[in-house]
Design a binder for this molecule. Structure first.
Ligand code: ADP
Ligand code: ZN
Length: 716
């Protein structure tokens, strides 16, 4: 018997598979999709078996070891890897590695083992055996079902040992899944309202496969998801639920746990490697029927999938930004085809691409137009900051007045500022010097708590400049405002308990959850944060949402900036007045006439869609065309400059139905000491695209000085 083994060669973006001989003693354990250790030159590599042959060959080396008892890459995942390779032009091995938790990747260096707990069982006992009081107590506890060794040990270690030595009791080890369930809160079960019921019935009864559930914030989408899943479970099918980031949506997970208890596994990046390993194996063994997780949970090794749900489908985190640059929605569509299942994409503000697909009849549109509990949508006020009497204040008069009013009534407030740190740049007012990162072409952000200037791209940090390094004047100023500065201002202006939630306050495990639950328990009056506070949170006492500066996301140099702004404002506005008390929203802006801001007042998605589509059409941007972004990367400026011009020329010669833009340097063309030139391909239909790009990658694959990075449907 011989096997073909796919291995990952470090630092090389190529697929290599080699054939090895299988010694007799391993033959029984050989299966496609398990990991084996194999010799490679002088090294020992680990790879996946992708093929088994029953032929014999003399000149082959033997495999060293079979790593797994159970299959790691199921037949479906093996196929899915090929699909991702085709779609993103990544290597097959990188696709497989991306699907697996670290402990199950080939060649991983974690040392994660299964965790066990020791239980005590009764082995043989009869009337004649004389027991002392402690021993009797131990046996009684075991009979009651309290049989963990660590617990029984607390009664009396010596008595327990005696019973074990006499073979009256015996010890067994069972596998322990590390992720603790926590105490689950009871959530009520509602009878679906008419709109929800219609949505559920349509999705279940239609012969269509992909649905866009467009429901305003608070319309009860989650309730619909849960009932759809219940129907699937009845048919013995399984379900995957993707959420943008689990730590930001703990309430969603709690609601699912309360409904489905231990039929759920959870997968996301904030779990420890041991917890991920355990959750993954629970799924693979068929111990759970529902998987909730962030992007990579789309690869959960469930069998017989009935439904996949992608909540907040417009969120950019569903696209992986590093290689392989896959979109979880594309993978979901592939999986529902394979499983003959359904896909539900849910959002209050669908991506333009998804909504356009409902018009093209590729997705089936299902709508929830009202809030589930019949609460009105919050009233939104847009404040023109150009007209404020007190220039330079971060807070408008009306926002100050409303904050005071809500604080007096003991209601809660959410404030959004989509920029972290204290000041967004540091500049010298005498010579105009701006503090920049030496590794990246971006300005540094001042962080007051650490008194450092930091790069948000590479993490570079330096002590704050007191004098200008160029003109040596003491005129260095902090300009632009971040969450840290607003927190300081809030503490000066109001007598309120403020909690800040941004990248800097949430770096430790469980930090998000702590902040969210402290705010929910009214330990704080004001939750101040970046866009991470905008999604999915449901606090019943929040009656005011304030947006400090709606312009930050409009300024992003990206054709999607209006879409992002509308989405962000609608999402955060949806946090206000979700319960008995009505809510208000105040949006501060220097661009009050901008349509993305105007339309978030009425949260009129359809109107926004129409206006934005007109603009996209005029400028020929998606969804009216597709984009591919190519980055040519090198540590040497001259090389990347010349080579990217050559590539543009070749693309123009070979892709006759496309528009080739570039090469250009973006706002961050130097990152981590490498130079990057961007090339963009715009096309509607280009048959030669994939074959030609494959050739391009192939041409450069052995060139150590140039890296080519291709991103289909880029988000930034
Ligand atoms: P969405 O996900 O669409 O923003 P949720 O599913 O979070 O909305 O629901 C919003 C609120 O309405 C939640 O507090 C939920 O418990 C409640 N809710 C959902 N469905 C119903 C219903 N049929 N009747 C009453 N309340 C409901
Ligand atoms: Zn940097």
């Amino acid at each position: 018997m011989t096997v073909n083994v796919l291995v990952e060669l470090s630092n090389r973006n190529i697929d290599k598979s080699f054939t090895y001989n299988v010694p007799k003693e391993f033959e029984e354990d050989i299966k496609v999709g398990v990991r084996v250790k194999v010799p490679f030159g002088k090294q020992k590599l680990e790879g996946f078996i992708i093929e088994i042959n029953n032929s014999l060959q003399d000149d082959l080396k033997d495999i060293y070891e079979v790593v797994d008892k159970d299959v790691i890459l199921t037949p479906e995942l093996l196929e899915l890897g090929k699909f991702i390779k085709e779609k993103t032009l990544c290597t097959l091995i990188s696709a497989y590695q991306a699907m697996l938790p670290k402990a199950l990747k080939a060649q991983n260096k974690t040392n994660i083992k299964k965790s066990y707990i020791k239980l005590i069982e009764i082995n043989s006992i009869n009337e004649d055996i004389k027991l002392n009081e402690k021993q009797k107590l131990i046996i009684d506890e075991i009979k009651k079902g309290n049989n963990r060794k660590d617990v029984l040990n607390k009664i009396s270690p010596s008595s327990l040992n005696t019973l074990l030595n006499k073979n009256i009791l015996k010890e067994v080890a069972i596998e322990n899944y590390r992720l603790s369930g926590g105490n689950s809160i009871e959530y009520p079960r509602y009878k679906l309202n008419l709109e929800q019921q219609n949505a559920k019935d349509t999705i279940l009864n239609s012969s269509d496969k992909v649905f866009l559930l467009h429901g305003v914030t608070g319309s009860g989408k989650t309730e619909v998801y849960m009932e759809l899943i219940e129907e699937m479970l009845k048919e013995d099918k399984t379900a995957i639920v993707l959420v943008p980031e689990i730590s930001l949506t703990p309430q969603m997970v709690e609601r699912f746990k309360s409904r489905f208890q231990d039929e759920i596994a959870i997968l996301h990046s904030r779990l420890s490697e041991g917890e991920k390993y355990d959750e993954y194996r629970k799924i693979a063994k068929g111990l759970v029927k529902i998987v909730i997780g962030a992007r990579s949970a789309i690869f959960a090794p469930l069998n017989n999938i009935g439904i996949i749900i992608i909540d907040e489908e417009h969120t950019t985190t569903y696209k992986q930004e590093s290689n392989p640059k896959y979109s979880a929605i594309d993978v979901a569509i592939k999986r529902i085809e394979t499983n003959n299942a359904k896909l539900v994409l849910g959002s209050a503000t669908p991506s333009l691409e998804s909504y356009a697909r409902t018009i093209a009849k590729k997705y089936h549109l299902v709508e929830l137009k009202n809030r589930a509990n019949n609460k009105p949508m919050p009233e939104v006020t847009i404040v023109d900051m150009n007209k404020e009497k007190k220039k330079g204040s971060y807070f408008s008069e009306i926002l100050i007045e409303k904050i005071k009013e809500k604080l007096d009534r003991n209601e809660q407030i959410i404030l959004l500022l989509n920029r972290r740190g204290y000041a967004s740049f540091v500049t010298c007012s005498s010579c105009g010097y701006v503090s920049k990162c030496p590794n990246c072409d971006v300005t540094l952000t001042y962080h007051k708590s650490s008194d450092m200037e930091r790069c948000h791209y590479c993490g570079y940090a330096t002590k704050r400049h007191e004098v200008c390094p160029v003109c040596h004047e003491k005129s260095v100023k902090n300009l632009g405002v971040g969450t840290e500065k607003i927190e300081e201002e809030l503490n000066k202006l109001f007598n309120a308990r403020v909690i800040r939630m941004d990248f800097d306050t949430t770096s430790t495990k469980g930090a998000h959850e702590k902040i969210i639950s402290a705010f929910r328990n009214h330990e704080y009056d004001i939750l101040l944060g970046t866009q991470m506070i905008a999604k999915g949170l449901d606090f019943k006492d929040v009656t005011l949402v304030g947006v400090i500066n709606a312009d930050t996301s409009l300024m992003i140099p990206n054709f999607r900036s209006s879409e992002y702004t509308f989405q962000l404002l609608s999402q955060v506005a949806g946090r206000s007045g979700r319960s008995e008390k009505n809510g208000i929203v105040i949006i501060q802006t220097f661009n009050p006439e901008h349509y993305a801001i105007q339309l978030s007042k009425t949260q009129d998605y359809n109107m926004f869609f129409k206006q934005e589509m007109n603009i996209r059409k005029k400028l020929n941007y998606p969804p009216y065309c597709y984009l591919v972004s190519i980055k040519v990367i090198s540590t040497e400026y001259e090389i990347v400059k010349n080579e990217s011009s050559i590539i543009v020329k070749r693309l123009k010669d070979n892709l006759s139905n496309s528009l080739i833009l570039g090469p250009s340097i973006g706002s961050t063309f130097k990152v981590k000491n490498t130079y990057r030139f961007g090339i963009t391909i715009k096309y509607k239909k280009e048959d030669n695209l994939y074959p030609y790009l494959e050739k391009l990658l192939d041409y450069y694959k052995n060139n150590a000085k140039i890296k080519i990075d291709i991103d289909f449907n880029p988000i930034s």
